[in-house]
Design a protein. Structure first.
Ligand code: PEP
Ligand code: MN
Length: 337
């Protein structure tokens, strides 16, 4: 961290700032120029609150030279993290497809979709039991019953299950879930992230609708700081001025996240676009950009789906997308898990 001080700053204020910084275990090098003084901070500056440095009246500007995230930072952990989910590996060298309906709606629906996506080559089953809906009058999910139905579908197909948690109050219901999903709207629910840091389960962390990559990685850092580094990052599109798609898939986020972090990255072309015909091209783009997997919504009857029907593939469409996904994953030397 570099702190540039204002001209002719008062000595007692400077001494107070230096003392405060030193108490936070950093070493300070002072460079005194003809008019400006610069403080260079060495050591772990991740706990130093930049805003409170900036708020001091002797400070002109503050700049970080190192990222504020450590545990999820590739600089400190150069080798890729491979997240193991019930014997399946997610990360470097493998390719996983998580597929299933937006919402679990009934036993018939989830078991049928689970069987179909498995036949087409999906490696994990998704399905929302607790649904974050914009309107309180929309279908809110089958909640605890939805998780029970996912467990039934897992028994039938052997596919590990991925489902979203929306509140800390529900954590006990997730005891048998294989991967806990944190949705875009909860990416900065810090109390939830802290709890998931010691839940002992892999986490699928989705990027917030309007969050930067640094904020995304800081949310992953919350989970890792609690001791859980089994985190899968998910790029699911961000809000832009474009209205032709539900969100805008930030394709450059994929290689950047992989440069910045050792965590696996999967892409959600369904929520990124909201349009079924875009799921295949964006899946292929994600593979080309180095994604470790995809999460795709599939419904047996999209027209009558209780949520996200417009972006859900039929099992037949999913089968066709999977054929081309497999070819492209193989081309990128990724083995289907
Ligand atoms: C979902 O996966 O069903 C979902 C709600 O996604 P997101 O949090 O990315 O909107
Ligand atoms: Mn959905």
């Amino acid at each position: 961290m570099i702190i540039i001080l204002k001209e002719n700053c008062e000595k007692p204020k400077l001494d107070e700032l230096v003392g405060w910084l030193e108490r936070q275990d950093v070493k300070i090098t002072t460079v005194t120029g003809t008019s400006k003084t610069i403080l260079g901070l060495l050591g772990d500056t991740s706990k130093i609150d930049m805003e409170s440095v900036r708020a001091r009246d002797i400070v002109e500007s503050v700049r970080r030279v190192q990222e504020p995230y450590k545990k999820v930072n590739r600089k400190f952990h150069p080798t890729d993290t491979i997240v193991e989910v019930s014997g399946r590996k997610i990360g470097q060298g493998t390719f996983n497809v998580i597929a299933g309906p937006c919402s679990v709606e009934s036993e018939e629906q989830i078991t049928l979709v689970a069987q179909k996506v498995k036949e087409s080559g999906a490696t994990l089953l998704r399905g929302g039991a607790f649904k974050p809906r914009t309107s309180p009058y929309s279908f809110q999910g089958l909640r605890a019953d939805g998780i029970e139905l996912l467990l039934e579908a897992r028994k039938l197909t052997g596919l590990p299950i991925v489902t979203e948690i929306m509140s800390l109050a529900h954590i006990d219901l997730f005891a048998d879930v294989d991967v806990i999903q944190v949705g875009a709207r909860n990416m900065q629910n810090f109390e939830l992230l802290k709890e998931l840091g010691h839940c002992g389960k892999p986490i699928l962390l989705k990027r917030g609708l309007a969050n930067t990559l640094e904020e995304f990685l800081m949310s992953a850092e919350y989970i890792a700081a609690g001791g859980n580094t089994d985190i899968i990052l998910c790029e699911r599109g961000i809000r832009t001025f474009e209205t032709a798609t539900r969100n805008t898939l930030d394709i450059s986020a994929i290689p950047l996240l992989k440069q910045y972090s050792h965590l696996p990255v999967v892409v959600d072309p369904s929520h990124a676009t909201g349009i079924t015909s875009l799921v295949e091209p964006l899946s292929l783009a994600a593979i080309a950009c180095g994604a470790d997997g995809l999460i795709i919504e599939v419904h047996n009857d999209p027209k009558h789906a209780l949520s996200d029907g417009a972006q859900s593939l039929t099992p037949e469409q999913f089968d066709s997308v999977m054929k081309s996904v497999k070819k492209h994953a193989a081309f990128m030397r990724k083995e289907m898990a």
